[in-house]
Design a protein around this ligand. Structure first.
Ligand code: SF4
Ligand code: SF4
Length: 320
């Protein structure tokens, strides 16, 4: 199934119909935060935010570990690091304009991983331990038992003011849209940021489009009522009735990688004919799946059609 391309075709028509969608937010509102955190009790002039930004992070914020009450017990910052005082969230490493322009969705397995932003988190953890002498743990981006994350990175990002959840569950930064996220939990006490006052999603152009057509750009390309994953009602500029079919989305996002490996493995084990089994194991789908797992082993997907049409930070997905 070539789901990505089918959606791409539908999305192109949405973009044609709604070509008047302007950039959101307007450039003047897209400000960078300028916080500087210095090591307490030392005269070392090291700013963790500058360190992260210099390494490529676009988004930086700090959450209060005491605010993770919405997370289940066992999955809060101090469950990973006793005595944690701060939760640092960084974001970036988003696909480039060329990635959005490419008709070969397969190449996204290179651009759509969170390993680059996790590497920056590791750098921050090293800096905190070596330069400041406090403990630091980079939250593992994978899942723990029961397919549960070690810590909800989305919740951390919201608490740190790095963005808010979009309809499809990904965090949208008001300035940079869709970004990959990583979290460092540390015993270093830092000043906290606050959650954003206004949800990034639905953006103003989406509210206008919804009032005109009953759809937002993302619900138009992945409409739950016609085999997609998204739907909802906007009332007073807010999502009231939101629906996201996470299981269906996962099956479409991860054409390769671990879910594909599990599917092909189960299918091959059930295959009684030796020659057919051999063909399945040597198929290009299984080979690509193994490639995707071995050289981009953290997280990746091949469907981003809801983000492709999202007006938040849309201008950086297209040059000129
Ligand atoms: S990534 Fe977005 S467009 Fe693709 S299946 Fe999931 S919700 Fe739909
Ligand atoms: S297009 Fe983006 S901002 Fe608009 S409703 Fe969808 S996810 Fe939210």
């Amino acid at each position: 199934m070539f789901w990505g391309r089918a959606l791409q075709r539908k999305c192109s028509s949405v973009l044609r119909v709604h070509a008047s969608l302007s950039r959101w937010p307007p450039r003047a509102e897209a400000k960078m935060k300028k916080q500087e955190f210095l090591a307490p009790g030392t005269d070392k002039k090291i700013s963790l935010e500058k360190t992260a930004r210099k390494a490529g992070a676009l988004v930086f914020g700090v959450a209060d570990p005491d605010q993770f009450t919405a997370a289940p017990e066992g999955r809060r910052p101090r469950d990973l690091l006793p005595g944690a005082k701060s939760v640092i969230v960084i974001g970036g490493a988003k696909p480039r304009a060329g990635d959005w322009a490419s008709p070969k969705f397969q190449h996204m397995e290179l651009s759509s991983t969170n390993d680059r932003i996790t590497a920056i988190a590791m750098k921050l953890s090293h800096t905190i331990e070596r330069e400041f002498g406090y403990y630091a743990v980079t939250t593992p981006p994978g899942v723990d038992e029961g397919q549960q994350p070690f810590l909800s990175i989305s919740l951390a990002a919201e608490l740190a003011g790095c963005g808010t959840k979009s309809l499809a569950g990904t965090i949208l930064s008001p300035d940079h849209g869709f970004v990959y996220l990583a979290v460092v939990i540390t015993t270093l006490p830092l000043p906290f940021d606050k959650p954003l006052d206004t949800p990034v999603c639905p953006a103003k152009p989406c509210i206008d489009m919804y009032e005109e057509t009953g759809y937002t750009p993302c619900t138009a390309v992945c409409d739950a009522s016609s085999g997609g994953c998204l739907s909802g009602k906007i009332d007073n500029g807010q999502w009231q009735d939101r629906y996201y079919d996470a299981a269906r989305c996962t099956a479409r996002v991860y054409n390769h990688w671990i879910p594909s490996f599990q599917k092909i493995l189960a299918d091959s084990l059930d295959e009684p004919d030796k020659e057919t089994r051999r063909m399945k194991v040597n198929s290009s789908l299984f080979t690509r799946t193994l490639w995707s797992m071995t050289y981009a082993n953290i997280s990746q997907g091949q469907c981003f059609e809801c983000i492709r049409v999202c007006p938040v930070d849309a201008e950086t997905r297209k040059l000129g």
